[in-house]
Write a protein of this length. Structure first.
Length: 181
């Protein structure tokens, strides 16, 4: 993941999340896809086009939406220029059906379990700074689709309808011309 380390923008994001010491906090999903695919399959990574910086954390002791807001606000105070969005993965089961429809989902037991349910296989990846500033990677579905530019629905949680809507919204053929769907 040399692309992550070589991006000053991503280094600032990783440092901010690490320094806030949010429980089991990882950065993942679209922001990693945008960095990797922008550099490898598009015209470069453009931080100004990042819609949000997803920070997944795991705090089974506070499942409230207020906890998400509190963590987002902490990050916003530390690095105000970033579009932070912190979500407690231990609480996903409390809001997921209301937001996306469908039946109830089981409570997640870890960050790894959570990341493994994210919408596309290429976005089911998260990173964080570990001891001695080593970049740790959580990729329960592997890194192949992220590194090889493959947009593929993750069937673990997202249905075809939501997947097609995401595909239309993200327009990978326009943003990353060499990505395959």
């Amino acid at each position: 993941m040399e692309l992550i380390r070589s991006s000053p923008w991503m280094a600032r994001v990783l440092r901010a999340v690490h320094d806030e010491q949010i429980p089991e906090a990882w950065i993942g999903a679209g922001v990693l896809r945008d960095l990797v695919w922008g550099e490898r399959y598009g015209s470069g990574f453009l931080p100004a086009e990042v819609r949000d910086v997803d920070v997944a954390f795991f705090d089974p002791h506070d499942l409230s939406r207020t906890n998400d807001d509190r963590m987002t606000e902490r990050l916003q105070r530390r690095l105000p220029v970033m579009p932070w969005e912190a979500k407690n993965q231990a609480a996903v089961h409390t809001w997921y059906p209301a937001k996306f429809g469908g039946t109830a989902v089981e409570p997640l037991t870890s960050i790894r379990a959570a990341v493994g349910t994210w919408p596309e296989t290429a976005t089911a990846v998260a990173v964080r700074l570990g001891a001695d500033d080593v970049i740790e990677i959580c990729a329960p579905l592997g890194l192949a689709d992220l590194l090889n530019g493959v947009w593929r629905r993750n069937p673990r949680r997202i249905d075809i309808q939501h997947s097609l809507a995401r595909l239309a919204r993200h327009q990978p053929a326009t943003r990353w011309p060499r990505v395959s769907v």
